[in-house]
Design a protein around this ligand. Sequence first.
Ligand SMILES: C[S@@+](CC[C@H](N)C(=O)[O-])C[C@H]1O[C@@H](n2cnc3c(N)ncnc32)[C@H](O)[C@@H]1O
Length: 331
Amino acid sequence: MNLKKELLRITSKFFDETSNYSSALKEYKQLLFRISNEAINNEEHRNNVQLENGVAIGTLWAANCLDDLKRTLKFIKGIDIAIQEKIHQKDSLHILYAGTGPFASLILPFVLKYADFNITYSFLEINPLSFEILKSTIKKLDLENHNINFINQDATKYQFPKNFSPDIIISETMQRALDSEQQVSVFYNLMRQSNSDTAFIPEKITLAIGTSSYKNDEPSIQQKYYREHHKVFEVSKKALNSGEWLFEKKSNKLGFTEKRTILRKKELSTASEIVVMTEITIYKSEKLFVNDSGLTAPKYIKDISNNKKERLIIESQYVVGSEPKLELKII
Ligand SMILES: C[S@@+](CC[C@H](N)C(=O)[O-])C[C@H]1O[C@@H](n2cnc3c(N)ncnc32)[C@H](O)[C@@H]1O
């Protein structure tokens, strides 16, 4: 079988509005796993890598991100909008993909779709096992002559070489509520070295204090049960340049302002739980709202169904370090 032709056949469906997207995404995953010879199922491929700024997930888990269908489809659509915008402004493009996993699955469709354009790709991945599979996948797909650079480094520390100037940076190194993984530090390190017109995908991520009004034991995924009360943290170019992101030169550390949220009687009367809600603008119109994806699943914080207090005060602050998270204190 000609793997490159097969990849083109499957990934073309992502850009055809008449397609059954979920079956195309399943075929895509099957093809990539077949190319890796299932080596990816070994025990060692399940190991996460603990780094100074959080965790880099194991090869198998990174490959399985493809199962989050809505996430994958919306990222692919968002990336396409960004490429189309930029490609009409410039003769050549440079796309940096930080945290490719073993398959660079969010960008492979474009390597073929835009094969006639002058696009350079830089694939940055820290997990050595994922990195090896990535290189062999590109080789087996016969994509080696498509201007792809491979960089096996930590994206939270990577320093751009001279004349390295990406037009688009893609990184999906996150979990819901921006827990554990390194999205914030990756964004910070790469964007502060970029130009003002560099697009970052996802364009904006927000964390909000919310409540759920669902009263059963089983958690519900229905959006109607969740209410957002106060946005307390944002990852975006605008936020980076606001006074809310603070870089302390002395300690070489990134910090963020503390937020205070007050939930009053009216809001508490129907609430059963306090949750952290994540919302993602991938690019322009492509967005993920509560429970659209594993990345936007609400994070349970506290049962307040028996609350007797007139009001609750929630102090929150995002922290980076080996265990990045939104730290919360309920008073
Ligand atoms: C959530 S997976 C996403 C995989 C794939 N990009 C996708 O979206 O389907 C994140 C990937 O980023 C890598 N990663 C996490 N932190 C990183 C860092 N600081 N530098 C480079 N790669 C990182 C992980 O090893 C993992 O392969």
